[in-house]
Design a protein around this ligand. Structure first.
Ligand code: FAD
Ligand code: SIN
Length: 517
């Protein structure tokens, strides 16, 4: 029999940070982390730029970081949330350092601080250009030192167990053990969804293949409130490769380091859109690139690093430098072709200031949650920070409510999953979905496109339901169902937004704002 007191779905920065804190404090309780791939596979692992934290009081302040976050969020951030996330940054970072995460230091022994779009000060602490990999390494190391944590890799959360008595209440999750092909009903009176992002809904994305919106879709099916899904953030500088359709990110920190964006004619075009040029926030730069691509009828613009000090560049961005070289691009001499790709979901499962969702006993943290920090557009490098702060807040909140609530200890149920021989069908439907999302719900949207997307996704949803009825189930099908539910949320919430804010841009709203319709 499997017993657990705290169930965590996901092993990125959000899930692992919360697991460590909970296990260190509740030494008599049992914590279970389930994760669908290997232990480190996550968006966290690929984070490049770093963590935004105010560390240099001479050139920076909490007020400046708060101001930058609010400006970037374009009027839709929750100011109280922004204040406490920013102010708790240094403490939470200190814990990460105590758990063994290393960050770059200059010759004077101070942390090196990078700059990214929308920041008015250098405040991004980093580990070269593999910050997420280093954070994930340190967190996993600490997790493995704690005897009351069980780590179930290759375990896929299918759905939440939700009672509907007087108020919706979560009692655990159905988990598929990918290796044995069995489904376990894992009961727990505390469930944390830390299942990350949705990039794969678009296909062309910086996110790894695990980012299929599973947690958001599970919470949606369980009746939780999901908001702000129209605010999909597109990253402007993803390495362009026609053949492979690569989605390798060229960090915004490269622009913070001084790189220029040029169009095909060699012109630095971003100043035509914003006085901050390349250091404007990501929504503005992505739209500028998109516009340039449309007007020039090109597939990419250039990120020009040729004027930069290559010794320093290689020291800060060795992975990016090497990747470009491998693709035949010498960053010192050649401009790097880049184009935008889906990167981050600003919305998600709505949580209060303690990370509680609208379903009792269900918490959410990290990219799958919507806290109010990001508003209409996330400030670069605020995501890792948000996960650290909210993991702490949920832990602190639960200190006061546990063990007051009675634990429901795990039962073990088994059911055979029918593996599908119809994988090709699932793959075809997935490709179709990704095409629809790229075409109709990208950087620039319109009313008729959203209606078409809604109709087409409805048809796909019915086809997927048919596959379920026929019990042709596989991980790929479960993920596809989650991607379709996520797509539906993005489309429906986009259709409801009648003004353009931050990362959301519907050309028909311009006409409405100008009272032309
Ligand atoms: P993740 O790290 O994505 O972890 C989710 C976990 O849930 C994974 O372990 C996954 O396998 C698991 N999971 C998902 N579904 C299921 C399921 N059904 N069953 C079981 N397990 C499941 N942010 C910054 O602040 N700074 C940066 O520099 C930065 N750079 C980035 C660069 C890239 C290329 C990318 C993709 C993102 C970047 N971000 C950055 C964003 C940031 O990395 C993520 O938002 C953040 O790491 C999310 O952490 P998380 O713990 O919420 O989710
Ligand atoms: C990057 O390094 O450009 C990504 C930073 C982020 O997504 O916050």
């Amino acid at each position: 029999m499997l017993k657990t007191d705290f169930l965590i779905i996901g092993s990125g920065i959000a899930g692992l940070t919360y697991a460590i804190k909970t296990a260190e404090f509740h030494t008599d309780k049992h914590i279970t982390i389930v994760t669908k791939s290997d232990e480190g596979e996550s968006n966290t692992k690929y984070a490049q730029g770093g963590v935004a934290v105010v560390l240099d009081s001479r050139s920076d302040s909490f007020d400046k970081h708060v101001g930058d976050t609010l400006k970037c969020g374009d009027g839709l951030c929750d100011r109280e949330v922004v204040e406490f996330v920013v102010r708790q940054g240094p403490q939470r970072l200190q814990e990460l350092i105590q758990w063994g995460a290393n960050f770059d230091i200059n010759e004077k022994g101070f942390y090196k601080l990078g700059k990214e779009g929308g920041h008015t000060a250098s405040r991004v602490i980093h580990h070269k250009d593999i910050t997420g990999f280093e954070i994930e390494r340190a967190l996993l190391k600490r997790v493995h030192q704690l005897p009351n944590i069980t780590f179930l890799t290759d375990h896929f959360a299918i759905d939440l167990i939700v009672g509907t008595k007087s108020k919706r209440c979560c009692a655990g999750a159905y988990i598929l053990d990918i290796k044995t092909n069995k489904v376990k009903a894992l009961r727990s009176s505390s469930v944390l969804l830390a299942s990350g992002g949705i990039g794969q809904v678009y296909g062309h994305t910086t996110n790894p293949i695990i980012a299929t919106g599973d947690g958001i879709a599970m919470a949606y099916r369980a009746g939780a409130v999901i908001t702000d899904m129209e605010f999909v953030q597109f990253h402007p500088t993803v390495l362009y490769q026609k053949e492979s359709g690569s989605s390798f990110l060229i960090s915004e920190a490269v622009r913070g380091f001084g790189a220029y964006l040029r169009n095909i004619e060699g012109k630095r075009f971003v100043f035509d859109y914003d006085d901050r040029g390349e250091m404007a926030s990501r929504d503005i730069v992505s739209r500028a690139v998109f516009n340039e691509l449309m007007t020039q009828e090109e597939d990419f613009v250039f990120l020009d690093c040729t004027h930069l000090d290559m010794r320093l560049f290689k020291a800060h961005f060795p992975t990016i430098y090497d990747k470009c070289l491998k693709e035949g691009i010498n960053v010192a001499a050649d401009p790097v072709p880049v184009s935008p790709a889906a990167h981050y979901i600003c919305g998600g499962i709505q949580v209060d200031k303690n990370g509680k969702t609208s379903v009792s006993n269900l918490f959410a943290c990290g990219e799958s949650s919507r806290t109010g920090l990001h508003g209409a557009n996330r400030l670069a490098s605020n995501s890792l920070l948000e996960a650290l702060v909210y993991a702490h807040r949920i832990f602190e909140y639960q200190k006061s409510v546990f063990p007051a609530e009675r634990m429901i200890i795990g039962e073990y149920e088994v059911q055979k999953v029918q593996w599908t021989d119809k994988l090709n069908k699932v793959e075809t439907l997935k490709t179709e979905l990704q095409k629809i999302m790229r075409h109709y719900t990208g950087i620039v949207r319109c009313d008729s496109g959203l209606r078409k997307a809604g109709d087409k996704v409805n048809v796909l949803k019915r086809e997927i339901e048919m596959l379920f009825i026929k019990e042709q189930r596989s991980i790929a099908l479960y993920e596809l169902r989650n991607m379709v539910d996520t797509a539906e949320l993005i489309i429906n919430q986009s259709a409801l937004r009648k003004e353009n804010r931050g990362g959301f841009y519907n050309i028909d709203n311009i006409a409405k704002e100008l009272h032309l319709v």
